[in-house]
Design a binder for this molecule. Structure first.
Ligand SMILES: [Zn+2]
Length: 426
């Protein structure tokens, strides 16, 4: 069993130790990954939702040469041994100086200790127990067994957490036997007890919370700095609450402030006026969209009339064929149905070629004996393309480069089929 120095002192940054075991874990492209065991360590191994430490082991040889061994990850195995993972091997028996990445550790201490406090406040104020904890790169989260939480309740929980942080209550650690811990749990003094035998390590936030944990913690709540709740979301077991503590809380607030500043500058208003300005813009967009739709319909009516005038009736059929390079599909579709609704004996064969694939529309007035859906489907199928629709209006997609050729073939067949209304069947 390794001697875990962080149990007694979470703030220990440097320590001396001896390599007691080293094993090759894997080898990729000629580079080996090694796992090293020390007789004692201040490195925290990944566990309980808190990521492990990184850092450096330094060994000095007899001739004074210094070897620095970066530790990329620290894990514990099922037997409870702590392993330090590195790309550089060290011989068993080597005396080393260990140095943990302190910025990362302090950040983890703040997030993890903040979680103790946050879970305690949720349990006390909302009777919402914490079932899991995740310490992420950007935000941390806890899952609570509870129904939806009202916004004012979240604000109250956040305020109480920050009040206890400001009170700078001491955080002490003590070890008790399992049966003692069970008694504390039964009395309601202990918030949670994990399923493990042997000595139980208790984290005590003075006069507020007692919980069993093997992690790294602050010495007093003031060191958490601050806690900022971020978002909540429904999860299968209840509600997930995201939060940040310490410097992360300041960074998150700074990030939000910058975003608000950019939004305010874009709108040329003050930050506090952003919500009202967005509501105003939304209402303007809604009314503009209505206006635009009305204008499109008016335009389509005029446009349809003009097209009908431009195209003469020949052999009792007005075949209007056009390609629109700069009109969107919705407009071309609207125009096709308007042309056929406006004037009798009319077939519209339109291509919206603004995008590739282009879209072809076929529409006919009610006095034309044509099923547009069937005709377009079979015409496109002959080119390996798909399309269809109702008897009055049909559509299909085709490569822009092919559009004119296909439309021209269809126009020819439509003339053959529809131009001689009095012809006898065969
Ligand atoms: Zn803890």
């Amino acid at each position: 069993m390794n001697d875990r120095l962080y149990y007694d002192d979470s703030f220990l940054k440097n320590f001396s130790a001896r390599v007691v075991d080293i094993r090759e874990v894997s080898r990729t492209s000629g580079v080996s990954l090694w796992q090293i065991a020390l007789d004692r360590t201040a490195f925290y191994p990944t566990s309980g939702g808190q990521p492990g430490d990184t850092g450096i082991l330094t060994a000095t040889s007899r001739n004074g040469a210094v070897l620095e061994v970066p530790i990329e990850a620290v894990e514990e195995d099922d037997a409870g041994h702590v392993w330090h993972f590195t790309r550089k091997p060290l011989t068993a028996g080597t005396e080393v100086h260990g140095s943990i990445n302190w910025d990362r550790r302090l950040d983890h201490i703040q997030q993890h200790s903040g979680q103790h406090l946050l879970s305690a406040v949720f349990a006390r104020e909302l009777e919402a127990p914490t079932v899991s904890f995740h310490l992420g790169d950007a935000v941390s989260s806890i899952d609570l067994t509870t129904g939806p939480i009202a916004h004012h309740s979240l604000e109250r929980v956040e305020r109480i957490v920050n009040e206890i942080i400001a009170e700078d209550r001491t955080v002490t650690i003590r070890a008790v036997a399992r049966d003692q811990a069970e008694k504390l749990l039964a009395d309601g003094a202990l918030r949670k007890l994990p399923e493990r035998e042997g000595t139980i390590r208790l984290i005590d936030i003075a006069d507020y919370d007692l919980n069993a944990c093997g992690g790294t913690h602050v010495r007093s709540t003031g060191q958490i700095g601050s806690l900022l709740l971020r978002s909540t979301e429904r999860v299968s077991r209840g509600v997930r609450v995201e939060f940040v503590c310490g410097l992360r809380a300041a960074a998150a607030a700074r990030h939000d402030f910058t975003l608000l500043g950019r939004a305010a500058a874009a709108l040329s208003i003050g930050r506090d006026d952003i919500p009202i300005a967005i509501e105003r813009l939304q209402s303007e967009v809604k009314s503009s969209t209505k206006d635009r739709q009305r204008l499109r319909e008016d335009l389509a009516n005029y446009h349809a009339t003009r097209l009908a005038v431009e195209e003469m009736i020949r052999d009792n059929l007005r075949l209007v064929r056009r390609t629109f390079a700069e009109r969107d599909r919705d407009y071309v579709r609207l125009l096709a149905s308007r042309v056929c609704a406006t004037v009798p004996r009319t077939v519209a064969l339109f291509i919206a070629a603004e995008a590739d694939p282009a879209r072809i529309f076929l529409a006919c007035s009610h006095d034309i004996d044509l099923n547009c859906g069937d005709f377009l489907r079979s015409s496109l199928a002959a080119h390996g393309l798909r399309g269809g629709g109702s008897p009055d209006l049909a559509q299909g997609d085709l490569p822009r480069s092919q559009a004119d050729e296909v439309a021209s073939g269809m126009a020819g067949r439509l003339r053959q089929l529809l131009s001689r209304p009095h012809i006898d069947d065969d």
